[in-house]
Design a protein around this ligand. Structure first.
Ligand SMILES: [Zn+2]
Ligand SMILES: [Zn+2]
Length: 151
């Protein structure tokens, strides 16, 4: 799928456009992602910060610390509460778009899963050499695997 990609919150007050292909895409089963998605897991669509354009509304900010111990700023719609993206402080210049907020999610296929240790027991995680019980020290193998499959 070629950029730009569009997306937004559930109520439509916040809309965005992404102007580049993702750096990588993976699923995260940490308890934080279960909480923030109000569901079973999160999907992280990593991009460079300057590839995100907010085209409607202004996201609200919330500062927090992830299970991994890394600080991040979470951005969400103040009207409907949808989490839109996180700015992980450990990766300056990168954003983690919450992939379920994209208008077209049909082409998304994570290359692997992290924090499988806390995955909900019914979730079938596709086998991948990239699956990790917790947070890997580096996400480089996830970047390489995505680039290999999606160029
Ligand atoms: Zn909204
Ligand atoms: Zn997570």
């Amino acid at each position: 799928m070629e950029p730009p990609y569009t997306g937004g919150c559930q109520c439509g007050a916040i809309r965005y456009e992404i102007t580049e292909k993702p750096i990588t895409l993976y699923a995260c089963h940490c308890t934080d992602c279960q909480k923030q998605s109000a569901s079973a897991f999160g999907m992280t669509f990593r991009i460079h910060s300057d590839a995100l354009k907010i085209t409607a509304g202004t996201p609200q900010e919330w500062h927090t610390v992830a299970d991994s111990g890394n600080a991040k700023i979470a951005y969400f719609c103040g009207a409907c509460g949808t989490r839109l993206y996180n700015a992980p402080q450990r990766h300056p210049g990168a954003l983690s778009i919450k992939a379920g907020t994209l208008d077209d999610t049909s082409w998304l296929k994570p290359v692997g899963s992290v924090w499988t240790r806390s995955a909900q027991p019914w979730v079938m995680i596709p086998p991948s050499p990239l699956n990790h019980e917790t947070q890997p020290d580096s996400m480089q193998s996830f970047v390489d695997a995505w680039q290999e499959k999606n160029g």
